[in-house]
Design a protein around this ligand. Structure first.
Ligand SMILES: CC(C)(COP(=O)(O)OP(=O)(O)OC[C@H]1O[C@@H](n2cnc3c(N)ncnc32)[C@H](O)[C@@H]1OP(=O)(O)O)[C@@H](O)C(=O)NCCC(=O)NCCS
Length: 169
């Protein structure tokens, strides 16, 4: 099995990102084109097939749930993971942990000191996966989502600074 993470090329792959989003999110949590353009998106390719996708915003703190006009402030060193998704046939097979480990490695490699993300309260799988990787719940904000209505669970992980290379190896 060959696994690869490749950045999505915009605007060329916008339609592909949106089609993927529709296949993964049945509940209508679909990003509009402008939002994809504001993110840096990454494919997870399994044997060349687009099996997963995630989208980041650099130096952003997620606070949309706290402000009525829904904006996210700049916060240096904070990586916001706006979405993480696998096609249904790749779910529950170990690829979620693989993508989560890669996200954390990517963030550390690029010098981020924390990751923030959010998901539906009903999404036990995502919450459980984040928890296993060391994320903690910052807050739960009711009525963030519509169709169906749900709270959002905001999760954060603080990342250690790279310790530098060992000279004796
Ligand atoms: C969320 C997602 C990325 C998780 O990846 P995954 O590989 O399917 O996740 P896993 O099977 O490893 O499940 C993670 C953990 O959640 C828990 N879990 C799994 N199914 C569960 C369920 N139905 N209910 C509660 N907890 C569950 C388990 O603890 C599991 O770990 P374990 O198998 O080691 O015990 C993937 O399922 C997905 O893409 N879902 C659709 C999109 C989505 O909801 N994205 C998140 C919102 S941004």
């Amino acid at each position: 099995m060959r696994t690869e993470f490749r950045q999505a090329v915009l605007p060329k792959e916008l339609r592909s990102l949106m089609a993927f989003d529709r296949k993964v999110f049945s509940e209508g949590d679909i990003f509009p084109p402008a939002y994809w353009k504001a993110c840096e998106s990454w494919w997870m390719l399994i044997d060349g097939v687009k099996a997963g996708c995630c989208a980041f915003q650099r130096d952003i703190d997620f606070q949309e749930d706290l402000h009525e006009d829904g904006w996210n402030p700049v916060r240096k060193g904070s990586l916001y993971i706006a979405t993480t998704g696998l096609l249904p046939q790749y779910q529950g097979r170990g690829f979620g942990p693989l993508m989560k480990a890669w996200q954390i490695a990517w963030a550390r490699y690029h010098g981020f000191s924390r990751i923030i993300t959010n998901t539906r309260r009903r999404n036990k799988r995502m919450i459980e996966l984040n928890t296993k990787f060391g994320f903690r719940i910052l807050r739960t904000t009711p009525r963030y989502y519509a169709e169906p209505a749900d709270a959002t669970v905001v999760m954060e992980i603080t990342l250690r600074k790279p310790s530098g290379l060992h000279k004796n190896k």
